[in-house]
Design a protein. Structure first.
Length: 370
């Protein structure tokens, strides 16, 4: 069970699915026949597949994921290793993309995310959550291993346990074909506890900026003007102390999924920011207007130090640090941070830049730099 984000993801799913499903239940368990991929969906990297036809007799891993989700992204190196090893032996991964933010419902955005992250296995775009509901999935990421007879034999929510997964995949492939042997050089990396705070450090809680999640449970707003759903608000008050949340300053539209910068003329004092602790900081942003925009980034009121810059942070001729936003996705803002408390601010230069969420990583969990 994922220790870092599993509960927020369950709640996010509940909020996101309120209009689609009457309840969020426990996942299907081992021994349950696996539901097939019914309904009209867009498929990426493959024609539509069925457990009863093209996948019949194969060992299949159904991976519920979301392309902006850092917990999902961090599973990719292990999944890619497993896929490259066992696909020739009758193994397949089906990535079921269930969106977390409104822009991730669009199949073209999922396709871009799939390509950028180097995912080669089939992906089905489950934007109506019909496959999600058929498995009673509750979180991102969430994995169901299906044997060659079409029965679920394993369910695991969250990151980790890759060695256990690989050993069970080997076992199921051998059950389907006892004559198969695997190369002796294929060692299985041991599982480690990458959420141990004494070894890996502590991190801030995931913080959602939009009014639907933020106002309900995903983080308070420190600005006294508060959340005002659907309204464009000039934030100018002194911040309050909040145990978990963010601060807005300037003109921002309160959307359910994000805060959208609403000032057409660049204003360097307009920002969304928060205090954080953790080795890494990731920000989900998107564009509601235009095709590209620059977002200046500061750490403790200054440009981000070279040793602290995530791979999406660049520097201009004046020494200012920034992120160019060209699509809705997760952007890597801070890396290699110390264990102190610091302030991050994001200042868009254009109207239409929308900030969705902040997530964090510790010293043991590193972003797969694709």
């Amino acid at each position: 069970m994922r220790k870092q984000r599993i509960l927020p993801a369950v709640l996010a799913a509940a909020l996101l699915l309120a209009a689609h499903t009457p309840s969020v239940r426990a996942e299907l368990t081992a021994g349950t026949p696996a539901p097939d991929f019914t309904g009209k969906h867009v498929w990426i990297n493959s024609a539509p597949l069925s457990l009863k036809k093209a996948l019949r007799g194969k060992v299949v891993l159904v991976d519920f994921w979301e392309y902006t989700c850092i917990n999902c992204i961090r599973t990719l190196p292990a999944l890619k290793r497993i896929y490259s090893r066992y696909r020739p032996y009758g193994f397949e991964i089906i990535g079921v993309h269930a969106p977390e933010f409104d822009f991730a419902y669009r199949a073209e955005n999922v396709a871009m995310g799939t390509k950028r992250q180097g995912i080669s296995w089939p992906v089905v775009v489950d934007s109506d959550f019909s496959i999600w509901r058929s498995y009673d999935s509750n979180s991102w990421p969430n994995k169901f291993l299906i044997d060659s007879r079409g029965t679920i034999v394993r369910q695991h929510a969250g990151e980790g346990a890759y060695a256990e997964l690989e050993r069970q995949i080997r076992d199921e492939i051998r059950k389907a074909n006892p004559r198969i042997t695997f190369p002796a050089t294929w060692t299985i990396p041991p599982d480690t506890d990458d959420f141990n705070p004494s070894r890996c450090g502590t991190v801030s809680e995931e913080t959602y900026v939009g009014t639907a999640r933020g106002s309900s449970w995903g983080g308070a707003i420190a600005s006294a003007e508060g959340f005002q759903p659907g309204k464009t608000v000039l934030y100018s008050s002194m911040p309050r102390q909040v145990p978990r949340g963010f601060l807005a300053h300037g003109l921002w539209k309160n959307n359910p999924d994000d805060f959208e910068h609403a000032r057409a003329t660049p204003q360097p004092k307009d920002y969304v920011g928060l205090r954080y602790h953790g080795a890494e900081v990731y920000v989900v942003m998107n564009l509601r207007k235009g095709t590209a925009a620059r977002v200046f980034v500061t750490r403790d009121g200054k440009p981000v130090l070279p040793s602290r810059r995530g791979i999406d942070v660049k520097t201009d001729t004046r020494g200012r640090t920034y992120i160019d936003v060209r699509e809705g996705r997760m952007y890597y803002a801070i890396q290699g941070e110390d264990q102190g408390s610091h302030e991050l601010r994001l200042s868009p230069t254009d109207a239409g830049v929308a900030i969705n969420s902040f997530t964090f990583g510790n010293r043991c969990l590193k972003f797969d730099r694709l």
